[in-house]
Design a protein around this ligand. Sequence first.
Ligand SMILES: *[C@@H]1O[C@H](CO)[C@@H](O)[C@H](O)[C@H]1NC(C)=O
Ligand SMILES: *[C@@H]1O[C@H](CO)[C@@H](O)[C@H](O)[C@H]1NC(C)=O
Length: 221
Amino acid sequence: MTIWIALLLATFAVGASAQCKCESMKWATCDGTPCQCSIMVDTGITQNLDCSTLIPKCYLMKAEMYRAKNNLSTRTGGKPVETAFVDNDGIYDPICEATGAFRAKQCNNTEECWCVNSAGVRRTDKGDKNLKCEKLVLPLFANQEKFAPSVDGQKLEMENILVYYVDEEAPTFTMKRLTGGIIAVIVVVILAVVAGLLVLFFARKREQKYSKAEPREMEAL
Ligand SMILES: *[C@@H]1O[C@H](CO)[C@@H](O)[C@H](O)[C@H]1NC(C)=O
Ligand SMILES: *[C@@H]1O[C@H](CO)[C@@H](O)[C@H](O)[C@H]1NC(C)=O
C-alpha cells in the first residue's frame, strides 16, 4: 500500500516538474511549486518571468547581452531569421522598468545616452548623461480592430504580412552627424567644377593660339 502511494506521489511529482517549464522563453529556468521561471540578465541577477504571455523585449535584450558576454548561445547575428529587419543600432544592454517596459533613456552602461520608443529603438541623437527623455513614446494604433480586408465580399488571404510600427511622436534626429559628409560632397563638387572650368579655359586658349598662329604663318610666307 505504501509503495503504491509512493509511486503515485512520484508520478505526480514528475508530472508537475514536466509542466514547470517556460513555453515562451527557451533560455529560462523554472523551479518550485508554484512553478516560477526566471532568466539570467546579469552576473548574479535573475529576472522572474510570466511564461503564460510574451516575454518583454527589454528582458530578452538584457538576457541576450548577458549571454553574448558570457559566451553562451544567442540568436545568430541578433536575427531570428536571415530576412528579418534589425534595429538601426543593434542590441544594447537596456534598463528595464519593473513592468518590463524599456526605460525612456538608455545608456548601454556608457556615458553616451539616447531616448528610445516602447520597442527600445533609438528615436533621438545620442547625447551625454544629462540628456532628458520626457516619457516613453508609444506606437500609434489608430485602429485597434482586427485587420480583415475583403474584396467583393470575399475575405482577402495574405501570404506575407509586414507590420510597420509608427510612433505616436515623430523621432527627433538632427542632421548633425551628416554635416561632415555634406561638406565633403560640396568640396568634391566645387573641385570638379573648378577642374572642368580650367580644362575648358586651357582648351580654348590653345584653340585661340592656333587660330592666331595661322594668319602670322601666312604673313611670313
Ligand atoms: C566560447 O565558446 C567557444 C565554443 O563554444 C569556444 O571555442 C571559445 O573558446 C569560447 N571563448 C571564450 C572566451 O570562452
Ligand atoms: C552596447 O555595448 C556593447 C559592449 O558592451 C556593444 O557591443 C554594443 O554594440 C553597444 N550597443 C549600442 C547600441 O551602442
